[in-house]
Design a binder for this molecule. Structure first.
Ligand code: HEM
Length: 446
């Protein structure tokens, strides 16, 4: 074919350049990821389409996510693959491998990027280089002595919760999460932040913003079409998440400024910097360990990580007690054994005697872990069971599958708190139960 000089118009040139640019971009993109594609073929798992990934099992959305990922973990155990959007996930189901990898791979996976509009550089989403330093410092604000010193605050808010439930919700249907959320939010304010929660009249709204934000992020994770920031912001709920975050940050900024005021009014001394927020403000202002913005993000992270999780777990525990009346009777009997008919306040010592209730809570977290899946990023190649997991992959740890695996939990769907009697616990490997994840990047509040 003859190409004539008049074919080279500016329009044609621009179009050709654009086409070359796009082709170049696509080639570069696939070339950079060639090792992932190559090694992904060596791992079994469902088929994934380019860019959108393994969507067919999840076509019905969030309602099937829990069961489908359980099925996939079981089908492809011990190592399976799954493509979520354009990201490659390796599903690890054997607990020895899980323990090994969770101790080695400490960077958070790609999904945590979706949490960043809310949690920013807070410790939950922090990149590895800052996480180690921040975690070491924050660990100091979470020791047993400090927790014990909060006991009166725990009592105060538990008592208000009981009065509220008795007076306003006896014999009527209610979403218990609201009352628990109110209680756990106030408890975090009074303990970790050391500010008087009665001054905040937005507790309920704040909990709901957090819950809504989390639900939207979960929805985004399951919808590969929304993984791109541009698509999410233009056509998804990016704007709604942004608004929720703005409201959440406004509350946190208010808390931080109240706390600063309180610290200024206090006399300096050893007791001055004992709670989490005092410590954080000190490290920000005096040692520049956090920037002002990072300090606010860290505070919001702690607010969400500490209150939403506990409220959800309490809600599930209540449902389990309601559904299993025999368990409820035993838990109640334990209280009678401790308190008799005395209506005195519980003590720390009493708490340590509530063995059965502790088993009830643990069994609830087995069946309904707050983080049913844990995700980590693989920063350098690892080999597990002769299988190469290349740098750039994500680890997908199906906690819900491990918690319901009949190998460790006979009759796994049965709600049976006796599984957590010390003699039963001893029979099982340690990490077949991981509601707080695995150290060192596990729950700081655990
Ligand atoms: C029933 C209650 C709780 C459960 C089940 C729970 C569970 C978890 C889990 C599974 C993780 C790991 C998340 C991941 O790897 O993505 C985590 C991390 C974390 N939790 Fe909790 N948590 C609870 C309560 C709390 C409380 C009360 C606080 C603080 C007051 C807290 C603060 C944190 C923080 C800051 C992290 C991030 C740690 C890091 O990355 O170094 N959590 N939690």
């Amino acid at each position: 074919m003859k190409i004539l000089a008049e074919d080279f118009t500016i329009g044609n040139l621009l179009l050709t350049s654009l086409l070359l640019f796009v082709v170049g971009f696509v080639i570069k993109y696939f070339w950079k990821r060639r090792r992932i594609y190559y090694y992904s073929t060596k791992i079994e798992g469902p088929f994934g389409l380019p860019f959108v990934g393994t969507i067919h099992p999840f076509i019905k959305g969030k309602d099937v996510y829990f069961t489908k990922t359980m099925e996939l973990a079981e089908k492809y155990a011990p190592i399976g693959k799954i493509w979520l959007g354009s990201h490659f996930y390796v599903m690890i189901s054997e607990i020895e491998d899980v323990e090994n990898l969770m101790k080695r791979c400490l960077a958070k996976g790609q999904m945590y990027e979706f949490l960043k509009p809310g949690l920013g550089h807070g410790i939950l989403t922090a990149k590895l280089s800052t996480w180690g330093i921040h975690r070491k410092i924050l660990n100091q604000t979470f020791n047993q002595t400090i927790l014990n010193s909060y006991f009166d605050i725990f009592l105060k808010h538990s008592n208000s919760l009981i009065i509220d439930l008795k007076e306003n919700y006896a014999n009527i249907q209610t979403d218990i999460f609201k009352q628990y959320g109110d209680c756990t939010f106030k408890t975090i304010c009074d303990t970790c932040f050391g500010v008087d929660s009665s001054e905040w009249n937005q507790q309920y709204e704040c909990m709901m913003w957090m819950a809504q934000g989390m639900a939207l992020v979960g929805y985004r994770f399951l919808n590969p079409l929304y993984h791109s920031d541009i698509v999410w912001n233009l056509f998804g709920s990016g704007k709604a998440v942004h608004e929720l975050c703005t409201k959440g940050y406004a509350v946190v900024r208010q808390i931080v400024s109240t706390k600063k005021q309180l610290l200024e009014n206090e006399n300096s001394g050893d007791t001055k910097y004992k709670d989490f927020l005092s410590c954080l403000i000190k490290l920000t202002e005096e040692e520049n360990k956090w920037s002002n913005e990072e300090m606010v993000e860290e505070t919001l992270t702690m607010m969400i990580a500490g209150s939403d999780t506990t409220a959800v777990t309490l809600s599930f525990t209540t449902i389990m007690l309601a559904m299993h009346q025999d368990v409820q009777r035993r838990a109640y009997k334990e209280m009678l054994d401790i308190f008799g008919n005395n209506t005195r306040e519980p003590t720390l010592d009493d708490l340590n005697r509530m063995d059965y209730l502790e088993c009830v809570i643990k069994e609830t977290m087995r069946l309904f872990p707050i983080a049913p899946v844990l995700i980590r990023k693989v920063l350098e190649d690892v080999i597990i069971r002769d299988t190469m997991i290349p740098e750039g992959s994500n680890l997908f740890i199906p906690v819900h599958y491990i918690h319901r695996n009949s190998k460790y939990w006979p009759n796994p769907l049965k709600f049976d708190p006796d599984r957590f009697k010390p003699e039963e616990v001893e029979k099982r490997p340690r990490y077949c139960y991981l509601p707080f994840s695995i150290p060192p990047r596990n729950c700081i509040g655990y």
